[in-house]
Write a protein that binds this ligand. Structure first.
Ligand code: PAF
Length: 292
């Protein structure tokens, strides 16, 4: 496995790979890798001849300085995991390499970012769009892989690819969970054992609301039920619980006409912001691929 810290050296290395006609895959991450990231890598390795994993904690997507500061960083452990999992190339740049001067470009994703994460973290998706565009331009992959846990991010990146004509195929990979339902996340490692236990209520609230919808409740009723359930959990502070159309991410009055339904939640546990979502059957994502 080769590790690059400079974009020019990486570009040259990848040019050689491209010349050999191999399919190039990109798995963008912010490090502190867990099995969820390794599952992205496995999907990439299954369909690409050469896989690049980027490890970069992107400052422009953090809306709270404290969150950026506390984001777990463990590059040595990440490199060991990636090597053992069969990754071919790692891009591990410093902030100055990605942002040699202050970026002045801002991105807006209209209705896609007016809800949920975008509503509570203004500017977050501008930072995501910016860094993902940089990575797409540096690596020029044929395919890129993102986790369904960040569903809104996935929809925004699909839009970015369409709007900017990136010739890149985007694949969404399903969320991996612990046995008790907790979605794998790098942020989980900031939780105490008790906090980790509290965090399992996010998945329970999602399941409860999914059951309510399947039994005929309106989205509003299911949402209110899930929110009051979460409000009743000590040490958990819900931020939002939304029931939206899975593609447009717009809130639903009824699920009857919806092509897909996504239940999305964000909450704080021990000061750590956690998100999770569920896509309802028969629209559950196994692995979907959208071409530009
Ligand atoms: O999902 C993430 O880890 C990040 O938002 C991403 C896509 C690597 C961009 O920094």
């Amino acid at each position: 496995m080769l590790v690059f810290r400079k974009k020019e050296a990486l570009r040259q290395h990848l040019q050689e790979q491209r010349r050999s006609g191999t399919t190039l895959g990109l798995v963008p991450t912010m490090g502190a890798l867990h099995q969820g990231h390794l599952s992205l890598l496995q999907h990439a390795l299954a369909s690409c001849g050469h896989v690049v994993c980027s490890v970069f904690v992107n400052p422009t997507q953090f809306t709270r300085a404290e969150d950026l500061e506390k984001y777990p960083r463990m590059p040595e452990q990440d490199l060991a995991l990636l090597e053992a999992a069969g990754c071919h190339t790692v891009f591990l740049p410093e902030v100055e390499e990605m942002y040699p001067s202050q970026a002045l470009t801002h991105m807006h994703f209209g209705p896609l970012e007016a809800v949920m994460e975008g509503r509570y973290r203004p500017g977050h998706f501008s930072g995501v769009g910016l860094v993902v565009s940089k990575l797409f331009n540096i690596v020029q992959p044929d395919k890129a892989f993102f986790g369904q846990k960040d569903l809104q991010q996935c929809r925004i990146i699909e839009q970015l690819v369409r709007d900017l004509s990136f010739p890149i195929e985007i694949t969404l990979v399903p969320t991996l969970r612990e046995a008790d339902g907790l979605a794998l996340s790098s942020r989980n490692m900031r939780l105490s054992a008790a906090g980790r236990q509290t965090a399992t209520h996010l998945h329970q609230a999602l399941q409860q609301a999914a059951r309510a919808l399947q039994e005929g409740a309106s989205p509003q009723t299911a949402q209110n039920g899930a929110l009051s359930y979460l409000q009743g959990v000590p040490e958990l502070e819900p931020e939002y619980f939304c029931i939206v159309e899975g593609g447009t991410l717009q809130e639903l009055d009824t699920v009857l006409q919806a092509e897909s339904v996504a239940l999305c939640v964000a909450a704080y546990v021990e000061g750590v912001r956690l998100i999770d979502n569920l896509l309802l059957a028969p629209y559950t994502i196994t692995t979907t691929t959208t071409r530009p």
